[in-house]
Every structure is written in structure tokens, then in C-alpha cells.
Write a protein that binds this ligand. Sequence first.
Ligand code: BT5
Length: 248
Amino acid sequence: MWGGQWDVRRFDEIASTNTYLSQVARQGAPEGVVAVADHQTAGRGRLDRHWEAPAGSSLLMSVLFRPELEPAHLHLCTAALALAAADACAEVAQVRPGIKWPNDLVVGEAKLAGILAEAEFAGDALSSVVVGIGVNVGWPGPPGLGGTCLDDVGGLAQPVDREVLLAALLSALLPRRALLDDAPGRAALADELRQRCITLGQDVRIDLASGSMVGRATDIDSAGHLVVETGEGSCTVTAGDVVHLRPR
Ligand code: BT5
């Protein structure tokens, strides 16, 4: 059981905070290491996509977890960080982002933040999980992608202070992290995600490596996965890109 102390390591420039923490995890670093960077030269999204942010424009951070978790429940690590980051945006910038399944914070349909979770295994057992987030603070993301940033949509007269946002995020993350280790905690996390996930109730297209499917998102299961009703029945989606077909 982890004692709940963060070990925050700051970098002016780094390739990727996720890559750094995955390396130190393999070298045996304990749970609770946090990497924060002003600039990433090789920031990553899912599926080898790039995460872009000019120096000093975003909160770019990753945390190292070693939870007592079945691999099937890994998505709850993403959920824990999404819920904590959404709380931090509300507290610090007066912005209440929606959680778009599986890994985005959005304002309306505009992407405010993206999350990347990467796991290491020892045999079949989970050894570590690195969960990283990029929150757009002063720059709305690459032109043409329809992203947004806290300074554009927030309620503050002055720019958001990334250090204050980081502190709020880490303190909101601590109680969520504690929920990962046992079944009642995981059920509580899945419940919270169910209440706050804006994808639920929407008609969606899920793009997978193997093709696309269309249906209505009806539930989040106990592992944090998305349940979609299609014309052919109910289907549990564990990964993929989700398009909201008729955004509210
Ligand atoms: C994500 O992937 O959204 C996960 C992003 C995780 C970034 C953090 S930063 C700290 C840590 N270290 C890392 O190396 N990564 C994590 P995905 O859902 O695959 O979305 C990636 C796509 O988002 C890209 O292909 C672009 O289309 C778009 N994108 C890139 N930069 C963006 C930005 N700043 N704002 C909005 N959209 C962006």
C-alpha cells in the first residue's frame, strides 16, 4: 500500500514525461513519482500520435502508479486522472470540462486535455502504470483541430498559473488513487465516471483498428469501459476513438 507522498520532478525540456516515467518505473522507481515539463520534444498521444504544445503553454505531467489492479481494470487509472483534472480545472480556472470517453477532457466538443495511460507487466501481473495528461492552458492546440484552452474559456481575469493547477490536480488525484486498490473503491470510481462522462446517452461512432461501429453509448461498466447498444445487441468497448454523432 502506497503512503501517498508525491515526488515531483520538474523538467524545462524532456522528450515525453510518460517515456521518462516508464523508464524510471522499469528501473524500480517507487509509486508516486510525478514528472512535469515545460516542453516536450516528443509528446505522445495514443497509437503513436503526437501531443503538441509550445514551451510553457500547457500543464504536461505524468504520474507513476503501482496499484493492486487486475489488468482488466486499467482504464480506471485513466478515469482517476480525468476526474482529478476536471476537478482541478473547475477549482483553479472555473471551467467544468466534460469527460469524453475514453481519454479526453472537453469543453463543448473542443478538446481541452488528453490522457495517455501505459502499463508495464511482470508476467501476467501489472507492475506499473504511467498516466500522463496534457492540459491546454494558454494555447488551444494545433490549428484546425478545434481544441481549446483554459485561458480562452476560463473565468479568470489573469492567465491560469500552471503550478496552482498542478497542485490542485495532485490533491484531487490522491483520494482517487486510493480507490484503485480494492473492489468497493473501484466501483466508486466507475460510478463517478458514469455520472460525469458526457459520452453516455449519445449516439456514437467507435473507430477501432478493425473498423467502425455505430450505436448509442448507454453505460460505463465496473472496469470503466463503455457499453454501446448497436442494432445487433450490446457491446463493451475497451479502447478506440469515439465520435459523438449528434453533439449536444
Ligand atoms: C491523447 O491522445 O489525447 C493523449 C495525450 C497525452 C499527452 C500527455 S502530455 C504529458 C504526457 N507525456 C506524453 O508524451 N503524453 C502525455 P489521442 O487521443 O491519441 O489524441 C492525440 C491527437 O490529439 C493528436 O493526433 C492531435 O490530433 C490532437 N492534439 C495534439 N496536440 C493537441 C493539443 N495540444 N490540444 C488538442 N488536441 C491535440
